[in-house]
Design a protein around this ligand. Sequence first.
Ligand SMILES: Nc1ncnc2c1ncn2[C@@H]1O[C@H](COP(=O)(O)OP(=O)(O)OP(=O)(O)O)[C@@H](O)[C@H]1O
Ligand SMILES: [Mg+2]
Length: 312
Amino acid sequence: MTRYIFYSGKGGVGKTTMASASAVHYAMNGKKTLIVTTDPASNLADVFEQEIGHKITPIRGIKNLWAMEIEPDKATKEYKEKIIAPYREIMPEDVIASLEENLSGPCTTAMAAFDRFIDFMEGDEYDSIIFDTAPTGHTIRLLQLPVDWSKHIQEAASGSGQTCLGPVQTIQDSKDKYDRATALLKDTEKTTFIFVMRPEDLSLYETQRASRELETIGIVSGELIINGILPEEVCGIEFFKKKYEAQQNIIRQAESLINKPKQFMFLRDNEVKGLKSLESVADELFNGRKPSFQSGIEHTPFALQLLWRRPI
Ligand SMILES: Nc1ncnc2c1ncn2[C@@H]1O[C@H](COP(=O)(O)OP(=O)(O)OP(=O)(O)O)[C@@H](O)[C@H]1O
Ligand SMILES: [Mg+2]
């Protein structure tokens, strides 16, 4: 187990569920654990059935577990203030105003989200930090930022001296920070990327693409969770038998195309919410305990609902 674990994948595949179940598992095993979501549309609060928000919040009913939902607006405000604060006393008001204006573009928002995230990676308060990320595209852009930013700052320093965040001197320190973050992300002893996919064509395709994109920025570590697999027991019904076979076909393709350690998770007959439910998912994820299907086929309509749930 590495200290930092990222869960990534297409919309709706089960990233938050798997990240939360792992967080519960590590916390129960005595590791001081923080789960952070970088998804602006986070549902972590629903999964843990309590309010979380833009602050580190202890999770009720379990020891050693904290959570935080990074809110882009608040992160941006904090970040701006962090850059401007040292100049407030020593610079005239118009300079401060122009600095503030410089810090109003979309690049500030992106950088702010990343800044918060690096702070977590640099601290040593937690034994385990789990990042529940937004659907793939967003996350990869976020992870590319430190590489791009570091380059951008270097070029600005030897050229115009201007970055889209203002004069290069004001953000020079950030370059070191981004370089350190990039090194941490690439360090397979420290960071693991776990791709989550459903046993479906598009999900397989997306996983391969994301894994290649991460490789282009030097991130090679990774594991794969195939989530939402139908148990063989459903094959008594022709409709489900077809679904089952289609899934097994994708699983075989994933086995041969994706060269990463794999975990297989069954589709459950209930939505995963609350500590008990998360413990049960963790038990399957870490101890291979198959969920019980006591409810059997009477629950088909709900199972169907889950099966047809399309990513957002
Ligand atoms: N193995 C499973 N069995 C049954 N339901 C599951 C399983 N895994 C996830 N779910 C349910 O599927 C839905 C989507 O899961 P989750 O929120 O974890 O996905 P996500 O990848 O984080 O989605 P998003 O991209 O929207 O953040 C949730 O309602 C969750 O409870
Ligand atoms: Mg999610």
